[in-house]
Design a protein around this ligand. Sequence first.
Ligand SMILES: NC(=O)c1ccc[n+]([C@@H]2O[C@H](COP(=O)([O-])OP(=O)(O)OC[C@H]3O[C@@H](n4cnc5c(N)ncnc54)[C@H](O)[C@@H]3O)[C@@H](O)[C@H]2O)c1
Ligand SMILES: [Zn+2]
Ligand SMILES: [Zn+2]
Length: 361
Amino acid sequence: MPQTVKGVISAAVGEPVAIANIVIPDPGPGEAVVAIQACGVCHTDLHYREGGINNDFPFLLGHEASGVVEAVGEGVTEVAPGDFVILNWRAVCGDCRACNRGRSHLCFSTHNAEQKMTLEDGTELSPALGIGAFAEKTLVASGQCTKVDPDASPAAAGLLGCGVMAGIGAAINTGGVGRGDSVAVFGCGGVGNAAIAGAKLAGASNIIAVDIDDRKLELAKGFGAHHTINSREEDAVEKIQEYTGGFGADVTIDAIGLPEVYKQCFEARDLAGTVVLVGVPTPEMKIELPFQEVFGRGGSLKSSWYGDCLPSRDFPMLIDLYRQGRLDLDGFVSETIALDGVEEAFHKMERGEVLRSVVVI
Ligand SMILES: NC(=O)c1ccc[n+]([C@@H]2O[C@H](COP(=O)([O-])OP(=O)(O)OC[C@H]3O[C@@H](n4cnc5c(N)ncnc54)[C@H](O)[C@@H]3O)[C@@H](O)[C@H]2O)c1
Ligand SMILES: [Zn+2]
Ligand SMILES: [Zn+2]
């Protein structure tokens, strides 16, 4: 029997989000219904509401979530009702060219639930990143459920489902940060501070945080930054060179997605270093770089989708590190809110007051 539950809908560009009744079909083959326990508010949800991702309104927002599997459809073997899971937005297919070459974190054919969740009048919803978890329950492909240790706090665990994984992975998987590296992270929101935490986990010996908001820089110190730069007050590129003996950082990470920040990342990097773009640009943005320097500086310019993670490999491992006290996931949870607090949480994010507001159900 389809069920009707509450969910947070973005109906039109820029309009405040609102709670609506949504209809969840029973899981079909390869699908699962998950009772959501917690879902973080990520900047990407706001990008959706602002029409920055696509125009497929109405959206069912929320995609950084954990919960308990309630029911599974035919043929589902990887999870069962009662499992505590983190939802991921890249369920790998296991059979595309990337998967067949052993690079399933790059899977070109990730999938979501085939059936649609709807409003009560039958209007089909577009779930954010194929998840839609600002809701009491949601329908996903079973491969989007990654089982982890149920002792983890749902609010903290859910954050691995998007921003925190993207940040940690940008440093460790995409940037390849290793022992003794210098790393500069631009933008110290949930994603950027996770990149700092990731760089620390990987053994970076010099971590530099850049933001325009001193509150965020203070938080960055707690996650492992050795130096902080307010780029409104100081020249970030010059200061990074100063803090790295005149060289620039081995890895620079743009965790905002702005052309001017990307350029700073490019210039603040040591020769043969790596630039990682994990912040998401909007369609009208363009970058201009001196082409000769792109060649002359060597190294690499990389983009980081979801921190190049493989959920089945990375989520359980990071939850273990969290439970051992080596990764402070709780530090990202600025506040817990109810479903009706999402619109206000967007404003808090815009005012820079939070790393993550987390809806707890
Ligand atoms: N690649 C991925 O898979 C992935 C996953 C999740 C989120 N994201 C993206 O990562 C980005 C960051 O997300 P978030 O949730 O951390 O956002 P956020 O709004 O919490 O953080 C952004 C931070 O950047 C700072 N900032 C803004 N302009 C700046 C500037 N010019 N110079 C320096 N600092 C500046 C802000 O003060 C803030 O601290 C977003 O674009 C989001 O869509 C990407
Ligand atoms: Zn694949
Ligand atoms: Zn996200």
